[in-house]
Write a protein that binds this ligand. Structure first.
Ligand code: FAD
Length: 225
């Protein structure tokens, strides 16, 4: 049975959250799904690095990073990391075109527009969408570097490469490399290599990620999550 807190959350969501429609949902890899949503408030511009909170009925809100905004269609995409059997992961796994969801936001989270020209973003699987949003904002030539600690390095590389490729297919000229630099996995010989555009480092001897979310660094102004 849903908890009182969850029931209250559902009631609040009906009052204050926007209703969006899932227009497409597909598996990018075994642990990632990309979900495209449309909503009236997505016709307004929002900032790269904003977050949205998806209300999961009976549970509460879960936070995701929108990317690939299309204000003309009132659309954005989310990349959901399917880390286990938790509510957000279950929602991401089951999401299907035609479903309606209640969403709070987009609203400010990571202050990408105020960062220095050169940025190094450190993160994990839940930061891939933020990396893509930062690349969309800055363009392919911007001095950005991405360092991810992940559970499955090969899968992560493929997902990041696909994020890039899809952007190019869609004619998003401002997309650029996310996964371009392949770091040697930590559980193989040698230390991780750094390259200009990206590095993916596998977690060693862990069955699950050790960090839920890493903050990007450096940044000039404090941001809320
Ligand atoms: C600003 C912001 C932006 C985010 N953007 C994204 C995004 O674009 N895509 C995305 O997938 N996630 C994103 N996240 C992370 C996401 O909100 C959390 O992972 C969230 O907890 C998932 O909800 P859940 O119900 O699946 O797990 P929860 O019910 O919240 O957690 C239950 C258990 O699962 C564990 N857990 C939660 N998340 C993870 C994880 N990532 N890896 C391993 N164990 C985990 C927790 O330790 C806990 O024990 C973002 C978070 C923030 C704060």
């Amino acid at each position: 049975m849903a908890s009182v807190k969850a029931m209250l959350g559902d009631a609040v969501a009906k009052l204050f959250f926007h209703e969006w429609t899932i227009t497409a949902a597909r598996e990018v890899s075994p642990h990632f799904r990309r979900i495209e949503l449309t909503g009236e408030n997505l016709r307004e511009a929002h900032g790269a690095g904003d977050k949205v909170q998806v209300m999961i009925p009976g549970t509460g809100p879960r936070t995701y990073t929108p990317f690939a905004p299309d204000p003309g269609r009132g659309a954005v995409s989310l990349l959901v990391y399917l880390h286990g059997e938790e509510p957000g992961a279950q929602w991401g796994r089951a999401a299907a075109a035609g479903e309606r969801v209640r969403v709070f936001g987009p609203r400010g989270s990571l202050p990408f527009s105020t960062l220095a020209p050169a940025v190094v973003l450190f993160g994990d699987e839940t930061s891939f969408a933020a990396a893509r949003a930062l690349r969309e904002l800055r363009g392919p030539e911007a001095p950005l570097a991405f360092v991810f600690e992940v559970t499955h390095a090969d899968e992560a590389e493929a997902v990041l490469a696909e994020l890039e490729r899809r952007a190019a297919d869609a004619g998003a000229a401002r997309a650029g490399p996310l996964a371009g630099g392949r770091a040697r996995a930590a559980d193989r010989a040698g230390p991780p290599r750094r390259r200009r555009s990206g590095a993916v480092r596998a977690r060693q001897n862990r069955s699950r990620p050790c960090a839920r979310r890493s903050r990007p660094a450096p940044r000039r102004t404090p941001g809320k999550r």
